[in-house]
Structure formats: structure tokens, C-alpha cells
Ligand binder design. Sequence first.
Ligand code: KG4
Ligand code: ZN
Length: 337
Amino acid sequence: MAVTILAIESSCDDTSAAIVQDGFLLSNIIASQEVHVSYGGVVPELASRAHQANIVPVADQAIKRAGVSINEINAVAFTRGPGLLGSLLVGTSFAKGFALALNVPLIDVNHLHAHALSHFIKKKGEDTRIPSFPLLCLLVSGGHTKIIVLKSHLEMEVIGNTIDDAAGEAFDKCGKIMGMAYPAGPEIDRLAASGYKHAFRFAKPSVSDLDFSFSGLKTSFLYFLRDKLEDDPAFIDKNRADLCASLQHTVVSILIAKLAKAALLTGIKEIGIAGGVSANSGLRKAAQTEAANRRWNLYLPPLSFTTDNAAMIGVAGYYKYLKGEFASQEVTPLARF
Ligand code: KG4
Ligand code: ZN
């Protein structure tokens, strides 16, 4: 009998539902929330309200698009955390209600583990390159910057972490300083393409081991612009592409240097990059260059699986289902894991 999982993701500002059957993705629906754009960041209360409005139609579409009937669903997987508590509560409550109504097991998924498993999303009829274990994964998003060793589908160890801001946060906060809407990462990426990456130099932190720090870069960027704007109020407009290219180059260099260090220390050559920032074209290019020089087998998720999605939750749920790792109806969301 086929194993059919309904997966739900609601950790931040994307409401997503997916159907994964026997490890293959049948559908993945994402409703992104536009409501935060003008606030310069995700507003938690608005995010949970939008999840409440989106969750039923998104799950309904995922089931219809997959062409499965509700009675075929064997388990409901959901993101337990980390994330915004109010957002997580919506997905968790929906998953509990659905599982209870169908009398099927619940599967709680760690969002970070799922991002690392985004390299294992397969579709029927597509020849996807799947990593072997152990996989060294750089996870870079708006909320996280971590280096993870995925030892098997279900075992992961975090070996590097940011001590302050995440890489995506650095993009978003510096973008906000330049007057860009949230999230600024994609816009910086687009503008960087026509800029000169060595035009300006910003502070690179010195952090020990495999850890990261991005708050110093944000401050350095802020003070640099404050000084320049005193001399020329139009400085940002005149130098936007060069600012974006230089900022992106700085973030990418920090990330790639630590990833290379981690690869050297662990001896792992199966390397993946995941999370929202893995959509960044500068990071993807730099990783490809590094992979060619260091003989890595590099895995970059398709752009649709870089940002938050339920497909990766479904994959994690599928492997937990095979091991019988279920959650009880008493399970509560966790803002931090
Ligand atoms: O994984 P994600 O969707 O949500 C979190 O779990 O945080 O990541 C969102 C982050 C935002 O900070 C956004 O600016 C960044 O990913 N991002 C990018 C790009 N696309 C998304 N940053 C740089 N370049 C991009 N192309
Ligand atoms: Zn995420």
C-alpha cells in the first residue's frame, strides 16, 4: 500500500501544504504573505492571522492538485519549530485536527532538518541527483545560518551557527537601510548583477570555529552609508548596484569560507546549500567555483525549494513515518528547538 503524507509548513510567513507519496512529491502549494512588505520585516501577529486565512484553501489545493483522496492520507506531518510561535500554532492545530478526523498519525518535523532534506525531494519521472550520507549542508535563511552534518535521513548534527544575525537578516536589514522593501535579499541579488563587487569594503567578522556573525557587517554598512550620505545625500541612488554587489560579495565570502573550512575539517565532499538565501545567484556561483576547485559533489535545490515549503516537510515526514516516529495529540509547537 502506498504511504501518502499530507505535510504542513507554517513556521514564518509562508503557508504551505504538500502531498508526498512513497517519497515522491505530488503537489506543493505555497501562499506567501504580502502583508509584511511595508513593515520591513515579518510582523508575528499578522503572520498568524494570514496563516489562519490561508491554511484551509492551501491544504485543499495541495490534496486536489496531487489527485489523491482524503482517505488515502496515511499521516499528517507538520513543522513543530523552530519559528514564530503564533505561526507554528496555526499549522500544528490544523495538522492535529486533520489527523484526529482521519484517525491517522501525526508527525512532528524540525524545520531545519527539513531544509537539509530539501536535497532529497524527488518527483516521479524526473532524474534528480540525490546526495549520499554524510551530507554537509550550509543552511542559510532569514532566521538561520548553520552548518549541519546530515548523517542519515533522520540524524543531523549542527556544527556551526550564527552567534547573532542570520545571513538573510543581513541582506534584509542592509536592504532596509538602503530603503528597500522586505525581504530585500532577492532585490539585492538582482541589482548586484550589474554592480562591481569590489567597489566598497565592509567589515568581515572574525568568529572562531565554524560559527558566523553578521551583526557587525550590518553596523559597518550603516555607518559607512551614514558618512557617505553626509557628503552626498544621493549616494545610495548613485551607487545602488555597486553597494548591492559589494554587500553580496561580503556575505557570500563569509559563508563560503566557513563552508570550505567545515568541508576540510570533516573530510565530507557531499555538500549542499539550503534555505532562502541559497537562491542567491552570487552564493550559487561561488559554491560552484569552490566545488570545482575542491572536488565537491555540490547540491543546490531548485529555486522553488530554497524558501520555506511543505515539500521538504513531507520528505522529512515520510522518513519518520517509515521509522514509526510519531507525535501524540498533546504535542506543542516549539519556537526554539
Ligand atoms: O528560508 P526562508 O524562506 O525563510 C526563513 O526560514 O527565514 O528565507 C527567507 C530569506 C530572506 O531573508 C530573504 O531575503 C532571503 O531568504 N532570500 C535571499 C534571496 N532570496 C531569498 N537572499 C539573497 N538572495 C536571494 N536571491
Ligand atoms: Zn526556513
